[in-house]
Each structure stands twice: as structure tokens, then as C-alpha cells.
Ligand binder design. Structure first.
Ligand code: ADP
Length: 157
């Protein structure tokens, strides 16, 4: 059974993340989308809220599990019996950071491979930080996030 982890901040989950997840769920037997808890970085939404919103957004994809973790992603992957890490690539600007991260992970854990996926062009530019910026300035984020996220963001305004 091929298990893949899709780690990230998901602060909040976007349609770009969901597109990556849908592709991954068709390739691997099980995909665990996992919110990385970072005690240094407070973030926009609490981790529990991010997990709850992800859970509601992915409920129709059968082979996806939702979780959160602390510490190194490769340790979490070992703990879950996963051999693949999924990361997304948008523009060339993502490439340098993602390349460094995957090489560091592969030096630490050669048994865990990083697989890069891209989204449909219409979701390519979407990032959680752009969404936060639009939302904070009262713009309409409904096109960029799953319905449950949109409803949640509206409810806390
Ligand atoms: P992190 O803080 O770990 O970068 P994010 O939640 O911002 O967490 O993103 C998780 C992963 O999803 C990253 O690999 C990021 O490049 C990818 N990603 C996010 N949005 C998109 C998108 N619109 N298209 C492709 N990849 C994306």
C-alpha cells in the first residue's frame, strides 16, 4: 500500500490545495493531508480550525485522511508508514525553496521521496497568503476557497 503525506500550513485550505489532493488521491492508495504545527509561527487560523475546515472540504474523497503533526515531516512520514511526500509547484519562485526542502528531506530520509504536482492553470496563482490579503481587505474569496472555508470566513468577519 503506497501512502503519501501532503504536508503544509493550509492556513486556510484553498482550491489549489484541493486540486493537488484530488490528483494525489488518484495516484496513491492513501493520502494523509497533514497540517504542520509551527510553535514559532502563530498563523491566521488555529490549527484545529484548519484541520476541521480541511476535513469538511475533503469528505467526498474516499482515500484521504486529515491530521496535524509537530516536528520533522520525515519523522511523521515514518510514523505513518508513508514513503512519499507531496508538494505543489506554482511558479519558478516556488522551485528553489521546494528543491532545498526535498533535498534536505531526502538527505535525512532516503526512503521518503518527494513528488511534485501542479494544479489546473485556473488554480495556479492561488495561495493562502493571497487569500488572507483579499479577505482582510474585504474582497471576495469565494472563487478561491472551498465553500465551507468561505462560509467560515464570512462567519468570523
Ligand atoms: P507551506 O507553508 O508548507 O508552504 P502551504 O499550505 O502554503 O504550506 O502549501 C502546501 C503545499 O501546497 C506547498 O508545496 C505549496 O507549494 C503547494 N501549493 C499551495 N497552493 C498551490 C497552488 N495553487 N498550486 C500548486 N501548489 C500549491
Amino acid at each position: 500500500m503506497k501512502i503519501a503525506i501532503y504536508p503544509g500550513s493550509f492556513d486556510p485550505i484553498t482550491k489549489g490545495h484541493l486540486d493537488i489532493l484530488n490528483t494525489a488521491s488518484g495516484i496513491f492508495d492513501k493520502v494523509i493531508i497533514a497540517v504542520a504545527q509551527n510553535s514559532e509561527k502563530r498563523g491566521f487560523l488555529p490549527v484545529e480550525t484548519r484541520v476541521k475546515l480541511i476535513r469538511e472540504s475533503v469528505k467526498d474523497i474516499p482515500n484521504v485522511e486529515v491530521d496535524s503533526f509537530e516536528g520533522l515531516t520525515i519523522n511523521y512520514a515514518h510514523q505513518k508508514g508513508a514513503t512519499v511526500l507531496i508538494r505543489g509547484l506554482r511558479a519558478v519562485s516556488d522551485f528553489e525553496y521546494e528543491m532545498q526542502l526535498s533535498q534536505a528531506n531526502s538527505a535525512l530520509a532516503p526512503d521518503v521521496k518527494t513528488v511534485f504536482l501542479t494544479t489546473k492553470p485556473k488554480y495556479n496563482f492561488i495561495s493562502s497568503s493571497t487569500i488572507k490579503e483579499i479577505y482582510i481587505n474585504n474582497g471576495d474569496v469565494s472563487k478561491f476557497v472551498p465553500e465551507v472555508v468561505f462560509e467560515y470566513l464570512r462567519s468570523i468577519k
